[in-house]
Design a protein. Structure first.
Length: 155
């Protein structure tokens, strides 16, 4: 049985994790902070991928596109090694561009309608949107620098 301890102090929030059975260093991929983090308010607590929205439906996707002028959509699959390498890059950039660009993840196995709409034949596929329209697409594993250049060109 794993135990999770949460401690709140007056200067902010500290999250700490203790695993009784296994070491918990890799918990961060499950949206849990693995290292203690002090912040000024509860709303400021973020993990590396908290700003990425996982899309579960066409309706949710369309709503995100309408609400955000700039969107980066990652079409991926859990079984795809290049997709797994791209994820931490996109998570880092999602935090860098908070409030400016909305990052979303679309699992192609769970969202066949969206995969068909964007003619996804290879993954990872990153689609960059500006004002609800496709601005650019990139197939395969891209470097952080290349992604930054594309995002900055959207502005």
């Amino acid at each position: 049985m794993k135990k999770i301890f949460v401690t709140i102090i007056t200067t902010g929030l500290v999250l700490s994790l203790t695993g009784c059975e296994k070491k918990t260093d890799n918990i961060e991929k499950n949206n849990i902070v693995s290292q203690p983090q002090v912040v000024n308010s509860v709303s400021a607590v973020t993990t590396e991928n908290i700003e990425m929205i996982k899309i579960d439906s066409v309706e949710q996707f369309d709503k995100v596109l309408k609400q955000h002028p700039k969107v980066v959509a990652d079409f991926y699959a859990d079984w795809c090694p290049p997709c797994k390498k791209l994820t931490p890059i996109l998570e880092k950039l999602a935090n860098k561009y908070i409030g400016d660009v909305q990052f979303i993840k679309i699992n192609v196995d769970n969202n066949p309608e969206l995969s068909k709409r964007f003619k996804v034949s290879s993954i990872p596929l990153v689609v960059y949107f500006k004002d609800g329209e496709v601005f650019q697409t990139e197939v395969g594993l891209s470097s952080e620098d290349k992604i930054i250049k594309i995002i900055d060109s959207i502005k």
